[in-house]
Design a protein around this ligand. Structure first.
Ligand code: SF4
Length: 430
């Protein structure tokens, strides 16, 4: 157990581990953390997300998640009206009333998140006190937690980080006699989760648990014998909270592409002392199939020049995959935040000399992008339309969060997400 992380056999010696980073702190074009509710409410099937916000917040969530006609959605917005903003109403009493009504009508809710927004933060509504107060009323049937999804400080994937970090203090403590366990951290689609679980079984690694779980009643225990693997690169606060609870992170690239997935599994296999022949036997088929499936996309994408605006925090792992497995050229890789520790293995794999930027000054970055004239730009929705209108091919970064892209079986789907807009543009130009 706990052998050091494996050497990255296919890595260049330095990559971008020490590379200089352009830091910008200007105007940003990003969605807020409320967006995370769109995938989190699908993942935790007995949870409900109550945004405490304005009509704008309600519109954002509804248009991002789509309106469900036949199913009752597991998210809603408690609207802060003008008289609330003017301090004319007792907000605590209003919120208690809304929560009582909701839980009465929806008795199958086991976990309720009160989600803060810009308006609730502006009027300094204390949602952590509200969550404590309401928890006393509804425990043990319903657990009530709070986190902020406000756009004041966040980029959209930080909503998931804040949500999972709020869950960590409520995780059961692992039993003192418990065997070492693996926790996979970051929401994954169920199909990917099932594939990962099968692979860990083949490797003899376990018990394996996932955070977030599919049901609030299946929260994974945590403690000093918990080793965790991040499945998403945007979970800095969650990781910190897990480490405060005693868990230890296994360093690995993220499971994107054939190579990233292989190295991600290998980090766990090395920690569990799985011998090399068993590892090769368990992973060979999936790894080879992924590599073969990527060949036709490499033919389409090799040499194409790509520019990343900072948005999802997936940018660096994606850039590594596109450069190393599809031979794309990285012009600039922008990320909202660069967590050097969590991304150390990724940075080591990036081609030396890759231009990295952190944060944003959107006009300056647009100037750099236009001057470089890339074949494809990865960016948020707000920039995609104007860039498309200028004749630039774009890929919405949010699509990469909504689509299952992790693991061997999804490597080709991930490549397809980039190949499709490039070939579409080529057809339009013929
Ligand atoms: S939380 Fe803030 S940024 Fe997000 S929709 Fe509401 S007002 Fe807009």
């Amino acid at each position: 157990m706990n052998r050091p992380a494996p050497a990255l056999t296919s890595a260049p010696v330095n990559g971008c581990g020490e590379a200089p980073v352009l830091r910008e702190r200007g105007q940003r074009e990003v969605f807020c953390g409320l967006t995370g509710i769109v995938w989190l409410h699908r993942k935790i099937q007995d949870a409900f997300f109550l945004v405490v916000g304005s009509r704008t917040c309600a519109h954002l969530i509804q248009s991002a998640a789509g309106v469900m006609i036949f199913a009752e959605p597991r998210f809603a917005t408690a609207i802060i009206e003008e008289r609330d903003l003017a301090g004319m109403a007792d907000m605590d009493a209003e919120l208690d009333r809304v929560v009582h009504k909701l839980l009465e009508r929806r008795p199958n809710i086991r976990l309720l998140f009160l989600v803060g927004s810009c308006p609730s933060e502006v009027i300094k509504l204390d949602l952590s006190r509200a969550a404590e107060r309401l928890s006393r009323n509804f425990a043990p049937d319903v657990r009530i937690l709070n986190y902020s999804g406000s756009g004041i400080e966040t980029t959209f994937t930080q909503g998931e980080d804040a949500c999972l970090a709020s869950l960590v203090p409520t995780l059961p403590r692992e039993a003192p006699e418990a065997a070492p366990s693996l926790m996979v951290v970051g929401s994954l689609s169920d199909v990917v989760e099932d594939q990962f679980r099968r692979m860990f079984d083949r490797l003899g690694i376990g018990p394996v648990r996932f955070l977030p779980p599919r049901r609030a009643t299946e929260l994974p225990p945590v403690g000093p014998k918990t080793l965790y693997l991040l499945a998403q690169p945007f979970l800095a606060d969650t990781a910190r909270a897990l480490e405060e609870a005693g868990a230890r992170r296994l360093d690995a690239p993220f499971p994107l592409g054939a190579e990233g997935s292989l190295l991600w599994f290998r980090a766990a296999a090395d920690a569990w002392g799985v011998d090399r022949s068993r590892f090769d036997e368990a992973t060979a088929l999936g790894h080879q199939r992924a590599k073969r499936a990527l060949e036709r996309y490499r033919a389409q994408l090799a040499g194409k020049r790509i520019f990343f605006f900072p948005d999802s925090q997936l940018e660096i792992p994606l850039a590594r995959f596109l450069a190393r497995e599809l031979s794309m050229q990285l012009i600039e890789v922008g990320t909202p935040y660069l967590h050097r520790n969590h991304l150390a293995s990724e940075l080591a794999l990036l081609p030396a000399g890759t231009a990295l930027s952190e944060g944003q000054d959107v006009e300056r970055q647009l100037d750099r992008c236009r001057a470089a004239d890339p074949d494809i730009v990865v960016c948020g929705l707000g920039l995609a339309n104007p860039l498309e209108a200028e004749g630039t091919t774009t890929k919405w970064s949010i699509e990469l969060i909504f689509t299952p892209i992790q693991g061997f079986e999804q490597a080709a789907d991930l490549a397809e997400l980039f190949a499709r807009p490039v070939t579409r543009r080529k057809r339009l130009m013929v």
